[in-house]
Design a protein. Structure first.
Length: 1191
């Protein structure tokens, strides 16, 4: 326990986290004041402690599982937890005065070798007696009645020779009806043993706590107390290997072979202790407040790569000549190859690994292929001057982005600090260096982005691949694909026009990178980081242009946010209205303004930062730097402002180099011709308004006269633009189920639109994906993208050790997230939620009062829920019950009423960025300590110090929206209410805390004991958390299933035909576009080939082609039977619509979704309060049918 005299500077967040855990365990499990504590008068043990408790066996209800409802008062135990003494009756809050179906027994199951004949079982518990207090007196000076703890228990030798249930044995002769019960089963070379402590005492008529057991523990050892006798589930001498028919499962077993399950709890979890260099455990101990540290994955040790340069500024320097640059990077490949050779020897040298040889050898083949590709990528940089120049540009841009990102973060918390000073402080190699895996991943992808003819570029439609970056959350995946983004920007500008004749494409403009997410929260936060990179690229472009290098073009590098009308406006008219409304608002986040601060200098952005230009139909965001020195202020940016676009109309016309979108936007392809420029499909260009298609808007039809300071211009014919070269799919694990199926189907069109011909051969875009949780990824990638898969970095023999990363044991120097489990058997979930959140807030406040800023990570409780319904209930409880308890005298440290926020799908998009900014707000002892709050209460005049200061968040209630994209380094505390439905969600969500090693995370998982799945996870808590990677469920998508085709095939056919050529784009082109001929045959061939690859079934693929042909025939028929007007893609004046919206008269052959996430229209159910029949009794009853009747 840390001394109260300790100063704030004496403690780290790591130590404070340990003290918070200790306080929480003493609070929920006990004992709080030692082994012979006295509880405060008016407090009973049952209300004081909710974990590790055993009630009497005859008092515990035996309701069957299938009828149990934890909130049904008719099913709870009739024991009451109140004291029977009127003068000491507790003022217990509702959170702990619930009834219970508490457990009367707990125990564990384990295995020992058949030659072990006995074990020693030690049972420990506390019993509470009603006694006269030695401390607490009444007003008359008489001792008050209190509950005092007495330690109890004992050790029992358990013989294992008999294959049967053994006679019960009492460990403590003072409580003979508390017994150890043992069942032994002989199973070949093992003995399976079940040991339970059972409270068989009779329930007393009064004071039931006298017969209850508290703080129950069982400890099992060998007879000598030290022998390693307990077998793991995968003991190398006795264990069976998983089936080799599932290579992935076998490889996972190899990777996690060192993690062993030694025992399984019953109403508890079990901790095992293993001697160094031993495989078997020597001690097993039950715990009702289990803990698990997840091993930390850190960047690989660079000592194996002597001479490697990771400093981005150094790698981007022109002073590093060609051979020196390659020499600075070659250790990545040579070091990796040497490490692979060292690891390969272990297959023969270590018998346990040798048993998994069938899984190990293919893993080494994949790793050697990666090493070969790294060598070839370095050869490309050596031999290709343009690639080398683009690589230098990318490193310069990334160095600027990293340093500026640090500056922005610092200025958000301290806006008064001078920019120049921060730039000098932050511009150091530590802030602008690659991690080895990031740099290696960038190199692996260079050939495909540079030279379609390179052997690693994968040219044809049949042998494309996805490069999957697989690294733990918070490890730096984003920087890797931002580096690729900068390289793609540069290589396109430097290569200029590629191809000739009909294959010619202009790469000096157009969308270079398409970055896709599944959740709008992801786009909101990643947009800020991407904007910082694009600002850096634009600064470098201007610098080179000023130096006379015209290859970089006059078009600025820009980033566009393409996410839908619920987040950003679709048209200039809509955007102008929002800008006008926001002009006078300090907090104008949402709509056109999607940035909290200038990504270049960190100045706060407000409504006044937005400007509109009616002639250009532009919305500009200008930096608000009061000194006007930032490159992106109105004065210095020549009217352009920050290189960000948030209006759909502008994104289509100005084709930003980087487009960040949600996958939902793919549904717009058949409906909107205006998206065509994003894929290079243009026919002319206007200097004033941008790229055009044949159906461009009325405001840009012909010549524009001079005016408003603008010269007269006319649209000019233009070459088609180079389509996107790089597609980034972040958080691959979210592309699954129904959404993944439709994304996979629409990917058929996106792949074609992003492809181009080179020498008559189709060149597909480079596709990279990232995830921290993956299982059956090869199948998923084939189903969604119809490509092969390369996972980088590949794992070989040990989970987390890949040369580019290594797994380290948690310590104060290398802290990782710690998980604690809470399962209060018999208590209502809401009661425990209140108790747990109150305890965390109370103890966090006490630690903050004592230690100051080091406790800040544990002052905001992130409460994660698996459903919005459960979250809504907790919102009310925090506002009422938790707030009341924190303000009452029942807590040791009072805290102000919690400031609560939500992060859910029901939250308006305009609030997302604001909530993320609130999460960044730290606690300050001048305002938030108990002493400061007491002063504010007692001296109202002192509250003037609070004017203008926003209160930090105390509680964030969140659902699945939180699990990806939230990167707030200060967060260190999370409660997970209920085990999420899949392991990937659990891993991703809990990874939101403890992202800064200086602020290690603490996750408390609250299990619902009445849910068998929750209880199973709790009872195997330690092993579950040590084998996260094995427990990730495989994902399933079915893009060519009947249901998916019914929902999406018509849409992708219309999209493919419409975007096949500029002449096919107008709405009424649906009346004339050719539906036969070679182009249509090629489309059907591509569709059938893709279906065959995904389905592995040629007849089924042929059926997909027939379904597509049937729709084309129907299209032709619709043209023929038109009585008047023309056929269009969608209905308009005097135009009949080919496609139908989902909300039009039910679903038919030509219905197409407007969103890939919601393919059915919403139905609003509203109660008609005028209908008085609702007050009448129903016409039915629960009466049993009469004899002979039917039910």
């Amino acid at each position: 326990m840390i001394s109260e005299a300790a100063s704030a500077g004496d403690r780290t967040s790591y130590e404070i986290r340990e003290e918070l855990e200790s306080l929480l365990e003493r609070d929920l499990h006990g004992p709080w004041d030692g082994l012979e504590e006295e509880l405060p008068p008016g407090t009973s043990p049952a209300e004081r402690y909710v974990l590790g408790r055993l009630v009497t066996r005859d008092a515990s209800s035996q309701a069957p599982e299938d009828t149990w409802d934890p909130d049904d008062p008719s099913l709870v135990d009739r024991e009451v937890v109140e004291s029977v003494d009127d003068d000491d009756a507790p003022e217990a809050p509702a959170a702990v005065r619930s009834g219970s179906m508490a457990a009367s027994a707990l125990g564990l199951s384990f295995a020992v070798p058949a030659d072990v004949s006995a074990v020693m079982v030690t049972a420990e518990w506390g019993r509470y007696e009603r006694v006269q207090s030695e401390v607490h007196l009444t007003e008359q000076g008489k001792p008050r009645k209190v509950w005092r703890r007495r330690p109890a228990g004992g050790a029992v030798e358990v013989r294992l020779e008999v294959d049967a249930a053994l006679d019960p044995v009492p460990p403590d002769p003072d409580q003979p009806e508390v017994t150890l019960r043992t069942v032994v089963r002989h199973r070949g070379a093992r003995r399976i043993v079940d040991v339970s402590l059972v409270n068989s005492q009779a329930a007393p008529a009064t004071m039931p706590d006298t017969a209850r057991l508290y703080q129950v523990h069982l400890t099992v050892t060998g007879l000598d107390g030290n022998a390693s006798i307990f077998l793991g589930h995968n003991d190398p001498e006795l264990g069976d290997l998983p089936s080799s028919r599932d290579p992935e499962r076998l490889h996972l077993a190899l990777l996690h072979r060192a993690q062993r399950s030694y025992a399984h709890g019953r109403q508890c979890a079990v901790d095992a202790e293993v001697h160094a260099d031993e495989v078997r455990a020597w001690l097993l101990r039950t715990t009702c407040f289990p803990a698990a540290d997840v091993r930390l994955t850190v960047p690989g040790d660079t000592s194996g790569m002597p001479g490697l340069v990771l400093d981005m500024a150094r790698l981007g320097s022109a002073e590093l000549a060609r051979d020196d640059l390659v020499r600075a990077l070659r250790p990545l490949a040579t070091g990796y190859r040497s490490w692979i050779a060292e690891q390969a020897h272990r297959i023969d040298d270590e018998p346990e690994i040798g048993a998994y040889e069938a899984a190990a050898r293919p893993a080494f083949d994949r790793a050697r292929d990666i090493a070969d590709r790294l060598d070839r990528a370095l050869d490309l940089l050596r031999d290709d001057g343009i690639a080398r120049e683009a690589f230098r540009f990318a490193n310069q841009a990334m160095a600027l982005q990293r340093v500026r990102g640090e500056v922005v973060r610092a200025r958000l918390n301290a806006p008064e600090v001078q920019l120049g000073r921060l730039l000098r402080e932050k511009d150091v190699p530590g802030n602008r260096s690659w991690r080895p895996f990031q740099l290696a991943f960038v190199l692996l992808c260079l050939p495909g982005l540079t030279d379609p003819g390179h052997q690693d570029a994968y040219r044809s439609a049949d042998d494309g691949e996805v490069q999957l970056l697989f690294f733990p959350t918070g490890g730096g995946k984003t920087e890797a694909y931002l580096g690729l983004t900068a390289y793609t920007f540069a290589i396109r500008r430097l290569q200029g026009v590629v191809g000739s004749g009909d294959e010619a494409r202009d790469g000096t403009d157009g969308v270079a990178v398409l970055m896709r997410y599944t959740l709008r929260l992801l786009t909101a936060q990643q947009f800020q980081r991407a904007a910082s990179l694009v600002c850096a690229c634009e600064w470098l472009r201007q610098e080179r242009l000023a130096a006379g290098d015209g290859r970089w073009g006059k078009t600025p590098f820009r980033v566009g946010l393409w996410v839908g009308s619920s987040v950003t406006p679709n048209t200039f008219v809509e955007a102008k209205r929002q800008v006008d409304d926001a002009q006078d608002r300090e907090n104008a986040l949402g709509g056109p303004l999607q940035l909290v601060a200038c990504p270049w200098c960190g100045s706060r952005l407000t409504g006044a930062s937005l400007k509109t230009d009616k002639l250009k139909r532009r919305v500009m965001v200008f930096c608000s730097d009061p000194e006007g020195d930032c490159l992106y202020t109105e004065r210095r940016s020549d009217g352009e402002g920050l290189p960000v676009l948030t209006v759909d109309e502008e994104i289509y016309r100005l084709t930003p180099s980087l487009v960040i979108s949600t996958v939902d936007k793919l549904a717009q392809l058949p409906w909107k011709d205006s998206v065509a420029p994003l894929f290079g499909l243009v026919d002319s260009h206007c200097e004033r308004h941008g790229w055009r298609t044949p159906t461009f808007e009325d405001f840009c039809k012909t010549r524009h006269p001079a005016g408003g300071g603008l010269a007269a211009v006319s649209p000019q014919p233009a070459m088609r633009l180079r389509p996107p070269d790089l597609v980034i799919q972040d958080e691959l694990h979210l592309i699954s189920d129904a959404l993944g199926s439709l994304v996979g189907l629409y990917e058929t069109v996106v792949d074609r639109l992003c492809s181009r011909l080179v020498g008559g051969v189709q060149v597909r875009p480079v596709l990279v994906a990232s995830t921290a949780t993956v299982r059956r990824a090869r199948d998923q990638v084939e189903q969604v993208f119809a490509r092969d898969l390369t996972i980088f970095p590949p794992q070989l023999l040990d989970a987390g050790d890949t040369f580019f990363s290594r797994s380290v044991a948690p310590s104060e120097d290398t802290p990782s997230r710690r998980y604690r489990g809470v399962c209060a058997t018999g208590e209502r979930l809401k009661s425990i939620e209140i108790r747990l959140v109150t305890a965390l807030l109370e103890h966090g406040q006490a630690l903050f009062d004592r230690y100051g800023a080091a406790a800040d990570p544990y002052l905001t409780v992130v409460d994660y829920f698996t459903s919005t319904r459960e979250l809504a209930g907790m919102k009310r409880l925090v506002d009422d019950d938790v707030a009341d308890r924190l303000a009452s005298r029942q807590v040791r440290t009072r805290r102000r009423r919690p400031n609560v926020a939500e992060l859910t799908s029901r939250m308006p998009s305009s609030r997302i960025a604001g909530t993320l900014a609130e999460l960044d707000r730290t606690f300050d002892q001048r305002f938030d300590s108990s002493a400061a709050l007491d002063e504010f209460r007692q001296n109202p005049e002192s509250r003037s110090r609070m004017v203008g200061r926003a209160q930090p968040l105390d509680v964030l209630l969140a659902t699945s929206m939180l699990q990806v994209g939230v990167d707030v380094p200060r967060l260190g505390l999370m409660v997970v209410t209920g085990q999420p439905k899949n392991s990937a969600e659990y891993i991703q969500a809990t990874s939101r805390v403890g992202r800064d090693p200086r602020r290690p995370g603490l996750v408390v998982t609250l299990y619902q004991w009445s849910r068998p799945r929750d209880l199973a996870h709790y009872e195997s808590f330690g092993y579950d958390h040590s084998t996260f990677g094995m427990r990730v469920e495989g994902l399933t998508t079915t893009p060519f299933s009947d249901r998916a085709l019914d929902r999406g095939l018509s849409g992708i056919l219309a999209a493919a035909v419409r975007h096949s050529a500029p002449s096919s784009l107008p709405n009424t082109a649906a009346n004339d576009v050719p539906l036969t001929g070679q182009a249509v045959t090629d489309l059907l061939d591509a569709l059938e080939q893709r279906a065959a690859r995904v389905l592995h079934d040629a007849p089924q693929a042929a059926a997909v082609r027939q379904a597509a042909q049937h729709r084309l025939d129907s299209w032709v028929h619709k043209r023929k039977v038109l009585k008047s007007g023309r056929l269009g893609y969608e209905e308009a004046a005097d135009v009949s619509g080919l496609l139908h919206r989902p909300d039009e008269d039910g679903w038919d052959l030509w219905s197409a979704p407007m969103s890939l996430r919601e393919v059915e229209p919403e139905i609003v159910l509203q109660l008609d309060r005028r209908d008085r029949s609702l007050e009448s009794p129903p016409a039915w009853s629960y009466d049993r049918p009469s004899a002979g009747g039917t039910s």
